[in-house]
Design a protein around this ligand. Structure first.
Ligand SMILES: Nc1ncnc2c1ncn2[C@@H]1O[C@H](COP(=O)(O)OP(=O)(O)O)[C@@H](O)[C@H]1O
Ligand SMILES: Cc1ncsc1CCOP(=O)(O)O
Ligand SMILES: [Mg+2]
Length: 288
């Protein structure tokens, strides 16, 4: 059973030794998503809706882009996980986002926050910080977004949804943010860092061309929600697995791609077709 492969023991140091534990665990999480097909509610931006839904479907999950405040009390309790993304935020979307987070918490369902461009404007920063008060199970952002949440200030150098910092620049901020908020914090980039404020897990999978396809960050956040939905009590492990599997799918997709447009397609195909031997051979996870 896939559940048997999900270990909770303390991680070891170094990529090679850690992989003995983490790679089978990442595969086990993907197998669980495929077998349980969790219903994931996504309240997300208009740019990402299609790619996010297709990412979830190709992993075996069942996405629903349902955001009306009128439907949330009835629909959110039926889900196994919720993804809330601030990408194309307007004031009228916020009450639904807050209600979905509240209902998810009441129903003890995991929910994941993507604080897109958190440091871009004061309106957006305030909204992201308000969402943090609902204590997401996981918050996943790029370096700029995690630094903005930690500092609680707008970044005058912000490039909007794109990061002006590497993920490594935000590791200490991520640890402090996790300690203050009680959420697991994931910073994505060339290396993805996942922390609960104590442990820091590093995912080394992925390809630089992911930065040239819009909504890859949004979609991997939704994938985190799906992995968390099948293993809600191990948020660090499920988050690392989702980031590693998405990264592996991009690496295999890269072998077939001619550029960003074809990578977008081949990534989805690779995620759908990923097998155990390939996952075990490619997942690269270590601990700081
Ligand atoms: N330089 C890189 N090398 C490999 N993978 C990367 C690189 N930059 C980003 N990624 C991957 O791309 C995905 C999106 O991350 P990121 O670009 O940081 O998010 P966002 O799109 O929200 O800014 C993640 O899976 C991350 O691991
Ligand atoms: C371009 C853009 N503008 C508002 S949301 C969005 C998508 C951002 O996607 P990602 O954060 O995954 O790059
Ligand atoms: Mg993003």
């Amino acid at each position: 059973m896939a559940e048997d492969k999900i270990k909770t023991s303390e991680p070891q140091k170094g990529v090679e030794s850690s992989n003995l534990q983490w790679a089978p665990q990442a595969w086990a999480h993907l197998e669980l998503v495929r077998s349980k097909s969790p219903l994931i509610q996504c309240i997300t931006n208009f740019v990402s809706m299609d790619f996010m839904a297709n990412t979830l479907l190709s992993a075996g999950a069942s996405p629903a882009m349902i955001h009306s405040v009128d439907e949330i009390p009835e629909f959110t309790p039926k889900t196994l996980g919720v993804c809330i993304n601030m990408g194309t935020l307007t004031p009228d979307w916020l009450p639904g986002m807050k209600l979905a987070a509240e209902v998810a918490n009441q129903c003890k369902k995991p929910w994941v926050l993507d604080p897109v461009a958190a440091g871009g404007t004061s309106f957006r920063l305030k909204a992201c910080l308000e969402m943090m008060n609902f204590r997401p199970s996981v918050v996943r952002g790029n370096g700029s977004e995690i630094l903005a949440l930690f500092k609680g200030s707008v970044d005058s150098n912000s490039k909007g949804v794109d990061s002006v910092y590497g993920s490594g620049d935000a590791v200490e901020a991520a640890k402090s943010l996790a300690q203050q908020s009680g959420s697991v914090v994931a910073v994505s980039g060339a290396v993805d860092y996942i922390t609960d404020g104590d442990r820091v897990v590093c995912v080394h999978n992925g390809v630089p061309m992911l930065q040239t396809i819009t909504a890859t960050g949004c979609s991997v956040t939704a994938l985190i929600a799906a992995f968390l939905a099948v293993d809600p009590s191990h948020a660090v492990e499920a988050t690392a697995s989702a980031l590693a599997i998405f990264g592996v799918a991009s690496e295999i997709g890269m072998d077939m791609a001619r550029g960003p447009a074809s990578l977008r397609t081949s990534l989805i195909d690779s995620l759908y077709g990923l097998d155990e031997a390939t996952a075990l051979g490619r997942v690269r996870i270590s601990c700081l």
